[in-house]
Structures are given as C-alpha cells and as structure tokens.
Write a protein that binds this ligand. Structure first.
Ligand SMILES: Nc1ncnc2c1ncn2[C@@H]1O[C@H](COP(=O)(O)OP(=O)(O)OP(=O)(O)O)[C@@H](O)[C@H]1O
Ligand SMILES: [Mg+2]
Length: 344
C-alpha cells in the first residue's frame, strides 16, 4: 500500500495499527478500524475514552504517532487534501459560525474558502436548509446571534455540508438540545446520508443516535473495544438480547448485592426506581430465578420478557466487560508500540 494514497479502497476511514497522542503522551493505542463509504456511524464511549482524539486524527487535525491512517483514501499526513474532502461540525457553534452574519452570509464565507461559486453556494445552502426544515427566507436572513440553540445547530450542520464533503464529522451534534430536536437532528442527518450518500460520523453521549447507524464504534480507555452493527451488539447478549424486566414492591441496598450472588443470573441492570433487567442463559427457565428471588425475600410486583436496546448492551458491557477488555488490549498494544522518534 502506498504511504500517501490508498486508492483501491471503498473505505471512508482505514486505520491500521494507529497510535495517537499529544506530544510524547499516547492516548489511543493500536486502533484498527474500517468504515465503508456511505455508512452512518456512531462513535461512543465514556468521557475521556478518546473519541474526540480519534476524530481529530481522522480529520487530519493531529497526525498519528505510529501506524497508517487514511481518510477518504488519503493519508492524514496530507492535511490540506484530507480537509478539502470532509466537513466538520464542532461541538460549539461559536467555533464554526460568525454570529453577526446570517446563515447565507456564513455559507458564502465558508463556501468561498473551498473555491465554490456564489450561485452554487446559495443554491446548496437553500437545499440543505430545506432538508433541515429551516428554509424560510426570513430565517436565512436572521443573524446567527438571534437564533435559538437548535436553529444554530442546524446552520452549523449546513456549513459542514456546504462543500459537498465525502464525509461529515459531527462532535456531539445533539448535546443540549430538547428531546424533540435531538431526534429531528438525527432524522435530518439520516436524510442527508440517504440523499447525498455522505458518510456520517457522529460522536455522541446520546445513545439514541445508534438506532440510525449502520455501524457503532466504542472507545474505552484509549482502545477500540467494539466496531459492529448495533443489532449484532445487542444479539451478542445472552438469549439474543431477550431479558426480563422485573419490578419489585420495594428494594433495599443489600438486595442488589443478593442479586449479584445468584449464579444463574448472568447480568443484571438497575433500570428504574424498583426495576431491574435480568439476563439468563437460554437454557435457564426464568421461573427458577423467580422462585430463588421469592425465597430470598424479594417482593415481586410484575415481570415480563423484553428485547434489549443498545443502551442496555452498552451498560452491560461497561459494567461487566469493557474494563477488563480495554486493560488487556492496552497492555498488549503498549508492548507492540514502535518507539517514537527521539525516544530512547
Ligand atoms: N490537547 C490535549 N493535550 C493533552 N491531552 C489531551 C488533549 N486533549 C485531550 N487530552 C486527553 O486525552 C484523553 C482523551 O480525551 P478525548 O477528548 O479524546 O476524550 P473524549 O472521549 O472525547 O471525552 P468526552 O466524552 O469527555 O469529550 C483525556 O485523558 C484527555 O485529558
Ligand atoms: Mg470529546
């Protein structure tokens, strides 16, 4: 493979043994990641796990310490070429928008930077704002500082798309929006993905975005611990993700500890005030568990079998699996890491 161009690929992102950090400090260890062009991808993980660092490397804002990283087939070492092919919507709109300009003026400012003609910029601005549900003239001519948070977010997404990028990266596009708008923004991004075939990468703590995505990637403590279709994640749980939601009359703190001692309970999650979700193997009859619970003094109000969501999966993995997986992966990656330039 050439060091600069990775032509034969239909991959939007191709990372091979990537280590990324700041100065000599490494934050991401031995990342191997392939993302197909045209996919919509959720990038998730706890705070400090390395999501933004990963996105900064994909968008050529930082160059990896080791390994090969290609975005849209171009090595991220070629910052200008990579950045000419992508759109980036930062978490905070004031970084990407001029508040004294209106939406059209912002579009013209950023579009001209890409050498696009004014007529095309205006046409594109109108078209994207229509998909985003904000194409009325009076809105497009209002200064950004007079718009609501959700309206600014949509202008910021329009600016990210003004150059017709192959890939759009969005850092926390739904954070701080009301529940209705959070879903609307995801609906808009989905439409853009379908209409233009734009690859979309969404960094988010709001896990409802996973529902819209073809692929979910999970960072934990600087390593990549999952990269799969969301449905495959859920189906990897016991019983293909079917668990039992159980509501108790009341609960004491000790009762959670008692649940931990029941061997046939593979996993349990506290999902509401007096409510748990319990997972057993497919060969365990749940009635056995119910009897054990009654013997141990639990007062059961009701229970029923239910499918799981990605949130259930993520919570289970974070509680039972990711910590050990990431410690092992990071340990192995440190042993393999080539020495950095100038390091003894
Ligand atoms: N510019 C920087 N210089 C040095 N260390 C940094 C820098 N930016 C981030 N880090 C460190 O890298 C680690 C990963 O940070 P990163 O911002 O990638 O996490 P994140 O997953 O995006 O977290 P969050 O969900 O809170 O945004 C953290 O320990 C952070 O302190
Ligand atoms: Mg971040």
């Amino acid at each position: 493979m050439s060091d600069i161009i990775n032509v034969e690929t239909n991959l939007a992102i191709n990372f091979e043994h990537i280590y990324v950090g700041y100065g000599k400090k490494t934050i991401l260890y031995d990342i191997n990641l392939q993302i197909k062009k045209g996919n919509m991808v959720a990038v998730i993980g706890n705070s400090g796990a390395g999501k933004s660092t990963g996105i900064r490397c994909m968008t050529a804002q930082i160059i990896p310490q080791n390994g090969k990283a290609y975005t849209s087939g171009i090595s991220v070492k070629n910052r200008e070429d990579v950045q000419g092919m992508i759109g980036y919507v930062p978490q905070l709109e004031y970084v990407s928008l001029y508040y004294d300009f209106n939406a059209i003026q912002n579009a013209l400012f950023f579009g001209r930077n890409y050498g696009i003609k004014d007529e095309i910029i205006k046409q594109r601005c109108q078209e994207i704002m229509e998909i985003l549900g904000l194409s009325q003239k009076e809105f497009l001519k209002k200064k950004i500082k007079l718009l609501s948070g959700g309206e600014r977010k949509r202008v910021s997404i329009m600016i990210g798309l003004i150059s017709n990028p192959e890939i759009l990266f969005l850092d926390e596009p739904t954070t701080g929006l009301d529940p209705h708008l959070r879903i609307e923004v995801l609906n808009f991004l989905h439409k853009i993905n379908k209409k233009y075939g734009t690859t979309i990468m969404i960094v988010s703590h709001d896990l409802e975005c996973v529902d819209y995505c073809d692929q979910v990637i999970v960072f934990s403590e600087g390593v990549l611990v999952d990269s799969r279709k969301p449905r495959n994640c859920v189906e990897s749980l016991p019983n293909k993700g079917f668990g039992y939601e159980i509501t108790f009359e009341e609960l004491s703190i000790e009762q959670e500890e008692i649940l931990s001692s029941i061997k046939k309970l593979i996993y349990f999650l506290h999902i509401g005030r007096n409510k748990f979700k319990l997972f057993v193997n497919s060969n365990t009859d749940f009635v056995e568990i119910v009897q054990i619970l009654i013997q141990k003094g639990f007062k059961i109000k009701k229970y029923n079998k239910m499918d799981s969501t990605f949130l259930d999966y993520f919570r289970i993995m974070s509680k039972y699996k990711y910590p050990a997986i990431s410690t092992k992966m990071k340990h192995d990656a440190k042993i393999k890491q080539p020495k950095l330039n100038g390091e003894n």
